[in-house]
Design a protein around this ligand. Structure first.
Ligand SMILES: Cc1ncc(COP(=O)(O)O)c(C=O)c1O
Length: 456
């Protein structure tokens, strides 16, 4: 075991984290030093780490830092990073209890804590997965199982060929990964009936009721907590009621937005979501756990384990009473990703998580307010959460140019999008370390980029 390699990795990690707040947020360039031929001979472990760090450096993005507002990207809490290091050092296989009682216990604990924080049923089944796309796929596999079972079809046994038709209904603003999940499940990417959304991207419940009434047989409805552009929430009370009445399964993609339930000041946004049948939520976004970490939660654990459980003769020693992580998620052998989640939740506590959510929402509003005071700058959404959409000069080219300038400047990083046919800048505040000063510096950098683009 090379002690030197681990020590050097810790030093390099410290150096990176220390400079993270002040380095240009964008990458300096490509990491071409990482390309090259396969080495014939092995090398000293510490030398490998040294070379890896040097070669990666130009291509690293300070996305875990305080002024990264692109996509929906959290940082990584110190306790979670440290626990992630231990997770690698321990190298536990969290697939089976017998292979790591510690990983199994941590999974049980974080599953219970997450359900409590999100206000979801304590008896729900939980799978720990890599991200919200996989959480959507996992929860929708349970949905597929249950919806077809109601029509007398065992999809796990018999597959989809010859199965009764299964309707999938999603909001027009559903995230791309929902459709990827449907594709992975053999339900097709383009088969979902899309329900119109309102001006903030919320599914229209009256239109959903109409879509549900427009057919019969088993149905799955995909709703959303936190639109990736506006941060808006679907009206869950009405959606869940419509699903109940039609006997449809209701799934909620809450990749980042569902955490609003953990902040008393924002929880109202999620009202009714707890009545759904399944939920997908990321830990590597707003919970600030290092990648890869998310939860698939299903109110009735039976269809989840029916869709996921691992069975083979040599696995019988795994035990049936203890938790086997592989029975609740698609992977068999798997990283013990509950440890960093456990550490993040302990570092934050209930009050710390509420404060993190509130602070990021307040900072998104602060940036939006500053930008709105600037002539020619328009905020396109109601900033109800941590997302703001900004348009410059009411012009696509101007808006794209400001986004490009801000990215190049390096004070902060954010990306562009298209909202209702118009180019817009997306600002997503999801990090644990972002301060009011970071918000102000970033807003001024954005204003400067706009003024340069539009002198006078
Ligand atoms: C609403 C929503 N769902 C799903 C995803 C996909 O999450 P992941 O990249 O963790 O798979 C995102 C990512 O931003 C999202 O915002």
């Amino acid at each position: 075991m090379s002690d030197a390699a681990l020590r050097r990795a810790a030093e390099l990690a410290h150096a990176w984290l220390e400079t993270l707040p002040e380095r240009p947020v964008r990458a300096r360039g490509e990491a071409d030093g990482l390309r090259g031929p396969l080495p014939e001979q092995g090398e000293d472990a510490a030398a490998v780490i040294e070379a890896l760090a040097a070669a990666a450096e130009p291509g690293l993005v300070a996305s875990a830092g305080p002024r990264y507002f692109g996509f929906v990207t959290g940082g990584a809490l110190p306790a979670a990073v440290a626990a992630d290091w231990l997770t690698s050092a321990w190298d536990q296989n969290a697939g089976l209890h017998v292979m790591s009682p510690a990983a199994a216990a941590a999974e049980e604990t974080v599953a219970a804590w997450a359900k409590e924080l999100l206000g979801l049923p304590a008896g729900a089944g939980v799978g720990l997965v890599t991200g919200a796309q996989m959480a959507n796929a996992t929860a929708l596999a349970a949905a597929r199982n249950a919806a077809l079972a109601r029509a007398g079809w065992d999809v796990e046994q018999r597959g989809l060929i010859g199965a009764p038709p299964l309707r999938v209904i999603a909001g027009a603003e559903a995230h791309a990964t929902v459709f990827n999940a449907l594709r992975l499940l053999g339900l097709g990417r383009d088969t979902a009936v899309l329900v119109a959304a309102d001006d903030q991207g919320r599914m229209r419940a009256d239109q959903l009721a109409r879509a549900l009434a427009d057919g019969d047989g088993p149905a799955i409805v995909c709703a959303q907590a936190g639109n990736v552009n506006t941060g808006a929430f679907d009206p869950f009370e009405a959606i869940v009621a419509a699903c109940r009445e039609a006997g449809a399964w209701c799934h909620v993609d809450g990749a980042f937005g569902l955490w609003a339930a953990a902040a008393p000041g924002r929880a109202q946004l999620t009202a009714g979501a707890a009545g759904a049948d399944s939920w997908a939520v990321d830990a590597h976004k707003w919970l600030n756990v290092p990648y890869e970490s998310a939860l698939a939660i299903v109110a009735d654990p039976a269809p989840l384990s029916a869709a996921m459980a691992l069975t083979a003769a040599y696995l019988t020693a795994a035990g049936t009473r203890e938790r086997n992580g592989a029975d609740w998620a698609p992977e068999a052998s798997r990283r013990a990703r509950a440890f960093p989640l456990y550490a993040a939740l302990r570092q934050l506590g209930r009050s710390g998580l509420a404060e993190l959510v509130e602070r990021d929402c307040a900072l998104a509003a602060r940036i939006a307010e500053r930008l709105a005071r600037e002539p020619g700058v328009e905020i396109l959404n109601n900033v109800v959460l941590n997302q703001a959409l900004v348009r410059f000069g009411d012009d696509d080219a101007a808006t794209e140019a400001v986004v490009a300038r801000v990215q190049q400047d390096g004070t902060c990083w954010l990306g562009g999008t298209v909202w209702h046919g118009m180019a817009a800048m997306r600002i997503s505040v999801s990090g644990w370390s972002t301060t009011a000063d970071d918000a102000d510096r970033s807003a001024e950098a954005i204003v400067a980029a706009w003024r340069e683009r539009s002198p006078g």
